[in-house]
Design a protein around this ligand. Structure first.
Ligand code: NAI
Length: 463
């Protein structure tokens, strides 16, 4: 017999799960949420987006204070790193935000269960000693770091992003495997704090999936900052040595360092869920298979199972998971829910930031879409000059016939905030002319977006 019953039970309290729970509660449903970790918020809040952004900010301030203040006429002597204090601040930020999620659950009268959930074969869910029944179960169990053959992530000094948020000493030499988002963000943190950082990447470019022109520009900037890139390197194994690690590369001499950070992607997390007992099928990559309305296979129309976030196909992004959480809650609560996958922004929180929304030039060419392009460099933006942030540019891609914006790519200061305007414009089906005609305040970095939109029609004012 179940000892708890809900309209909706959400498994996993990351950004996808907890947002889904709140939206379902707002719609008047009786909601329960379960997480195996004591702190709510999932990977993003505990060991992902939030702690990494806290360290990115601290390490940026450290680097800026040491190197960039003199030109402003500010002299600072004896700048010291107190790594323990930096990590403590980061932990404090995490604690506040995970506590915030717990209080949001209380405010919305959502029942919180702590423990690992698994499906029973009688259409119920087991959480420790509890048996929970729900009309709708939402799987939002997220993802975990992936590894490579020959690389054992359980070994000391062979780290994932989780350990790289907590080094108690700055490594002399850190090898990063994978020039994707995590490698560049956390590689930047430890480089700024004094480590030599070597990034080994399998492909002949960094940040696969990003517009190639932007990736090339970004690589130049990061290399100038001191990140060492070795492209076209297929890592085939890592072994621990007395002093550190030795990384084997196909066809090349091995590289040694103090530690290695493995960031070659993440994989969906379904371990321990007993999906087979509920008839929930996984695809060949281990993602929970979903059909219309985020429905998985298994159970019945009356007792439905849904899946959202990193555990299903698509970009592994907190904001994508959140929107899917809202959509599935609305489907359950109202019968309608929607998410526009073409306008999900993507941001790499390096310095400068790299942000994009919509299609890359390569994707448009591949699909045979005719487009026009407008570019504007931050070098020609007054505010960027005033704040010494002239690196980078904005690129707007618009349909050659209709002028509808198909993609925007930004590398530059606050790119992650600037992309919000572009995503909103695209969600409303805006043309580049719409963005260009909208009044942008002066002096702001956002004027570079307007100018790039003007440049689509060859009408940029300041270049
Ligand atoms: P990623 O998929 O972004 O990059 C992995 C990189 O590893 C690729 O460039 C790949 O070519 C390379 N690689 C694969 N096998 C290799 C080998 N044998 N030798 C050398 N290189 C190899 O994965 P990452 O950085 O681990 O991130 C995982 C996920 O987390 C991503 O989906 C990302 O979207 C998400 N994430 C998002 C953030 C953000 O939005 N700012 C921040 C952190 C993570």
């Amino acid at each position: 017999m179940p000892n708890h019953e809900h309209d909706v039970l959400v498994i996993g309290a990351g950004p996808g799960g907890y947002v889904c729970a709140i939206r379902a509660a707002q719609l008047g449903l009786n909601v329960g949420i379960v997480d195996k970790e004591k702190a709510l918020g999932g990977t993003c809040l505990r060991v992902g987006c939030i702690p990494s952004k806290a360290l990115l900010e601290s390490s940026h301030l450290f680097e800026q204070t040491r190197h960039d203040l003199a030109s402003h006429g500010i002299g600072v002597d004896g700048v010291k790193l107190d790594l323990a204090a930096m990590l403590k601040r980061k932990d404090g930020v995490v604690k506040q935000l995970t506590g915030g999620v717990a209080s949001l659950m209380r405010k919305n009268k959502i029942a919180v269960y702590h423990g690992a959930a698994s499906f029973n074969d009688d259409r119920s869910v087991r959480i420790g000693k509890d048996t929970v029944k729900a009309k709708h179960v939402v799987i939002a169990t997220g993802s975990e770091p992936a590894s490579l053959p020959g690389v054992d992530l359980t070994q000391d000094r062979i780290d994932t992003s989780t350990e790289a948020l907590d080094y108690d000493k700055v490594p002399d030499h850190l090898i990063v495997i994978g020039a994707g988002v995590i490698g560049l963000e956390l590689g930047s943190v430890w480089r700024r704090l004094g480590a030599k950082v070597t990034v080994l990447e399998y492909l002949d470019r960094i940040m696969p999936g990003l517009d190639a022109e932007m990736a090339k520009e970004a690589q130049k900037v990061f290399a100038k900052q001191g990140l060492e890139f070795k492209l076209g390197c297929k890592v085939t194994g890592v072994e621990q040595t007395k002093k550190g690690v030795k990384v084997a590369i196909e066809g090349q001499a091995p590289v040694e360092a103090d530690r290695v950070l493995v960031c070659v992607g993440r994989k969906p997390h379904t371990e321990g869920l007993s999906c087979e007992k509920a008839g929930v099928e996984l695809d060949e990559r281990g993602c929970v298979k979903i059909g219309d309305g985020f429905r998985t296979t298994g159970w019945s129309d009356e007792v439905g199972i849904y899946a959202i976030g990193d555990v299903v196909v698509g970009p592994m992004l907190a904001h994508k998971a959140e929107e899917e959480g809202v959509a599935v809650a609305e489907i359950i609560g109202t019968g309608h829910g929607h998410l526009d996958y073409d306008t999900i922004p993507n941001i790499v929180y390096t310095e400068p930031e790299v942000a994009s929304v919509g299609k890359t030039e390569e994707e448009l060419k591949g699909a045979g879409v005719k487009y026009r392009k407008g570019k504007f460099p931050f070098m020609a933006n007054g505010r960027a000059k005033a704040i010494d942030e002239t690196t980078g540019m904005v690129k707007v891609l618009a349909d050659a016939e209709t002028d509808r914006v198909l993609g925007v790519h930004i590398i530059g200061a606050s790119a992650g905030d600037l992309i919000a305007e572009c995503a909103t414009a695209m969600a409303f089906g805006a043309s580049s002319e719409d963005i260009a005609r909208a009044c942008h305040a002066h002096p702001t970095l956002a004027e570079a977006v307007k100018e790039a939109a003007l440049a689509v029609d060859g009408r940029a004012i300041h270049i």
